[in-house]
Write a protein that binds this ligand. Structure first.
Ligand SMILES: [Zn+2]
Length: 394
């Protein structure tokens, strides 16, 4: 039986009206408070923000993508440089994914689109074949061929050295039928056991393994998958794969996935973290979220705001030309403490990269403040009230 001596998940307070809970995950690189948002340092960097900026914004945990690390600079180089924490100057908790999601989705539009996409699936140009062994793909960098197997994914993540690591699964697209999804789930279960065997073989207590709930949009397959991962010695669970085409279907699929899961393990929702998603997900018992949106939209001129229903404003808009208010009156980030909307609008018009940095830092702080608000609301038994207040009924 795998144990996780350097890790602990503790539930500190449970909401009486929902599955929401406040907890703490201890890792060898410190603790994170849950519910938490995991910021995406995709290529071992949060675009336009340093790890010192993350500390200033009260960020507890970040993630890096195994696929991107595999392509550049390669896991051996990262291991030679002392692991990802040392390499990128981050001493806090960190998660890496299995690398599978990018391989199954590359070449089909953006990765985020794929999760909810209702469109027909084109053959991913990088995925050459999918077999019992693993997923074979060509590197877009040099054309070299790689097979990502469950064992290889665990081995690569061991070299990268993140605290929380995730098993390889097949991430099915939206349009596939029940038969395809059931076969895929059977493969994902066999891969999960191979991942556990490889994890135990090299286990030195520095990492903890998450098993992934799959099953597409099918309730009974989600249930079967959730029961399966609960029966295996994972430290935590992740809910992944196709979550449906619309928001409401996505929430249903998450609910199917959550109901059979053990309550004593942390649950991560893979790649989802919109403002409403967080409030809804927390109520369903999700402990951690990740999403590229806060930092991605910052690069395109958007700052997160309290204004429903989009909770974002485009600083390119001419109405900000002479607006001398900060992005958010209540925010304590450097962008809000020192600069006006007019100045950040000007930086966009003048193509100054400082604007990109300021919006990124603000959006990161917005998310850590949102999650702090969620935790405080659960602790004081007023989650519903806080949710209504933040979403304005949106
Ligand atoms: Zn701010």
């Amino acid at each position: 039986m795998t144990d996780y001596p350097g890790f602990k998940f503790e539930v500190l307070h449970e909401d009486s009206a929902s599955r929401a809970r406040v907890g703490r995950i201890d890792t060898p690189h410190g603790s994170l408070r849950t519910p938490a948002f995991i910021f995406c340092a995709t290529k071992a960097a949060i675009k336009a923000a340093s790890t010192a900026d993350l500390e200033a914004a009260n960020v507890d945990i970040i993630l890096a993508n195994t696929y991107h690390m595999l392509i550049q600079p390669g896991p051996d180089l990262v291991a030679e440089m002392g692991g990802l924490h040392k390499f990128m100057g981050w001493d806090g908790p960190m998660l890496t994914d299995s690398g599978g999601f990018q391989i199954f989705s590359l070449g089909q539009g953006t990765e985020a689109d794929e999760i909810k996409s209702a469109g027909a699936r084109k053959q991913a140009p990088l995925l050459e074949k999918l077999t019992e062994e693993g997923a074979t793909f060509r590197s877009p960098r040099d054309g070299s061929r790689h097979t990502l197997s469950p064992e290889a994914s665990v081995e690569i993540q061991r070299k990268l050295g993140a605290d929380l690591i995730v098993v390889l699964d097949e991430c099915t697209p939206y349009h596939v039928d029940r038969k395809y999804t059931a076969d895929s789930l059977a493969l994902t279960k066999r891969w999960a056991d191979r991942s556990l065997a490889e994890f135990e073989r090299g286990h030195d207590g520095r990492q903890a393994l998450y098993g992934v709930v799959q099953g597409g949009v099918y309730e009974e397959l989600r249930r079967e998958s959730a029961e399966f991962v609960s029966s295996r010695p994972f430290f935590g669970h992740a809910v992944g794969g196709c979550l449906g085409a619309q928001e409401d279907q996505m929430y249903d699929v998450v609910r199917y996935s959550m109901e059979p899961l053990r309550c004593d393990r942390p649950v991560h929702l893979l790649g989802i973290g919109g403002i409403r998603d967080i409030w809804e997900g927390v109520e369903m018992g999700i402990d951690t979220f990740d999403c590229v949106t806060p930092t991605r939209i910052a690069r395109h001129g958007w700052a997160l705001s309290r204004e429903a229903p989009s909770f974002r404003q485009n600083l390119r808009n001419a109405k900000f030309r002479n607006d001398d208010r900060p992005l958010d009156e209540d925010c304590d980030c450097i962008a809000c403490r020192r600069y006006s909307r007019a100045y950040i609008h000007h930086l966009l018009k003048a193509n100054e990269i400082l604007g990109l940095h300021l919006r990124t830092v603000h959006n990161i702080r917005y998310m850590t403040r949102l999650l702090a608000t969620v935790r405080a609301a659960i602790l004081s038994d007023r989650l519903q009230e806080a949710k209504q207040d933040w979403l304005h009924g949106a």
